[in-house]
Design a protein. Structure first.
Length: 473
């Protein structure tokens, strides 16, 4: 409903201010009369003016444009306040087309603009049944639109030629062109973010690794049940796709295995047992784990790892890290009924969307217990778990947090709590991360402050430098 704030008809013509109307609605009202009017449009510091005579828009002007271009610019503004006054000045005629035509053109442009703001998804799956189900799940959120469904990789390439695509869901196992070959083409030719949505069977760890190595931003299993489980699956998948659509895929670098086993180079330093490094990796971080100097971190203390991957994929990730980096790995799944001690010489992986309790009653034994809450938001889970760890151990251990790629920024309140407890930060360069949001949130919070005053130590550099710095501190 239009809100008329002031009106005055004591002078010839209409005078007043009005809001909550579109330009079309306003012009329909004021052009009925034949009085010359000036309409000033105000919107978030921008200003434009219409001049009306004999029921038609004669002239329009903004800071940068005049005539029809200015009309269209003003018509595309939102939440505009209009001021209407009689017009007594002569102005040039810069608009020849009827205002009704221009208003329709503005509506068309605005509709196209709104479509461009949507997240355009291409589904690639050889199962038409699952593709329909996936389309329905994705489009339950009005921010998404599925622009196409391809039955195989060749069809997917055809869609990429003709459609604007922000993110692709890719099945791993398809005829004609399999998923891994399709992913290669998509990354090389279009550099589009790809989320692998597939049913990985037990023992398919190497297949999962191939997709991560080729550039998949994230991996999500196909749904196994219906009802409430399917609703939760839909929320998780849409969250993954929203973040994936913003991935800076041009930063992706292929990882090459190291030429020799790291465990022959590094040895544990038994003199140092008072450090705890917490590594946090979310979207786009899966290959970062293989670039880390993990033996440097393990050689001087405890290492706890949080990953945003689906719970079913974390054991596979841990297995791959162990295989290619030579480190022993322990995965805390949350299913154990009894507490388990953190291992001094092992990468301790915790699922970030579970809640964890920590027990430090033992002199040198720090135990992990699964909480009753089985599924929480990724950022909430990470922040809660790390805060619990730091609260219990910051007086016993020197604690650092290493951030990998991640699409969520840390909350200000949580960062303040880390500063109060004198947690150190190890941060890689933002330009090597597919999602720099986590790292940028730390830098935005602390980098401009005096480190001595805010008790924040930030170490920045490539992963090898971070490993050396953590050993030497």
């Amino acid at each position: 409903m239009a809100e008329e704030k002031r009106s005055d008809t004591t002078q010839k013509g209409l005078r007043g201010t009005i809001s909550n109307v579109s330009i079309s609605q306003l012009l329909q009202m004021v052009c009925v009369g034949q009085s010359p009017l000036m309409i000033r449009a105000l919107c978030e510091g921008k200003e434009g003016v219409f001049y009306i005579k004999d029921g038609q828009v004669l002239h329009a002007i903004t800071d940068q444009k005049t005539g029809e271009d200015a009309f269209l610019e003003i018509a595309l503004w939102d939440d505009v306040l209009f001021e209407i006054v009689p017009c007594v000045e002569d102005v040039p005629q810069t608009i020849l087309k009827p205002w009704e035509y221009l208003a329709l053109e503005a509506a068309r442009i605005k509709d196209e603009y709104e479509k461009e703001k949507l997240i355009h998804v291409l589904i690639v799956d050889d199962s038409s049944f699952f593709a329909r189900q996936l389309k329905r799940i994705i489009e339950e959120d009005p921010e998404f639109v599925v622009v196409g469904v391809a039955n195989n990789g060749e069809e997917a390439i055809g869609y990429m030629e003709d459609e604007i695509v922000d993110v692709v869901t890719l099945d791993a196992f398809m005829p004609v062109m399999p998923g891994d070959t399709t992913l290669k083409h998509l990354m090389i030719r279009y550099s589009v973010p790809v989320v692998v949505v597939s049913a990985f069977l037990e023992g398919s760890t190497d297949i999962l690794f191939d997709f991560m190595r080729l550039g998949a931003v994230d991996v999500c299993s196909k749904p196994q049940n219906r009802g409430e489980g399917l609703e939760q699956y839909g929320r998780t998948l849409r969250s993954i796709l929203k973040k994936a659509s913003k991935a800076k895929t041009d930063r992706f670098r292929r990882w090459k295995p190291e030429s020799e086993s790291s465990d022959e180079i590094f040895k544990f330093n038994e003199k140092y047992n008072k450090k705890l490094l917490i590594i946090v990796g979310a979207e786009g971080s899966h290959m970062d784990w293989f670039r880390l100097p993990l033996w440097d971190f393990l050689s001087v203390g405890y290492v706890v790892c949080f990953s945003s991957m689906d719970k079913e994929f974390i054991p596979a990730l841990a297995e791959l890290v162990s295989k290619y980096k030579g480190c022993n790995v322990k995965v805390f799944s949350g299913k154990e009924q009894e507490s388990i001690a953190l291992n001094r010489k092992v990468l301790n992986f915790l699922y970030a969307r579970s809640r964890w309790k920590f027990d430090v009653s033992g002199a040198e034994e720090y135990k992990v217990l699964p909480d009753v809450v089985s599924q929480v938001d990724w950022r909430e889970g990470v922040e809660t778990a790390i805060l619990d760890i730091v609260d219990l151990l910051h007086e016993r251990l020197d604690i650092g947090i290493l951030c990998l790629s991640g699409g969520d920024a840390f909350s200000d309140a949580w960062l303040d709590s880390m500063a109060e407890r004198k947690v150190k930060w190890l941060l890689p360069p933002e330009d090597v991360l597919l999602f720099p949001d986590m790292v940028e949130s730390v830098l935005k919070k602390f980098e401009h402050l005096n480190n001595d005053k805010c008790n924040v130590c930030i170490v920045r550099g490539e992963y090898t430098y971070l490993g050396s710095a953590w050993k030497e501190e």
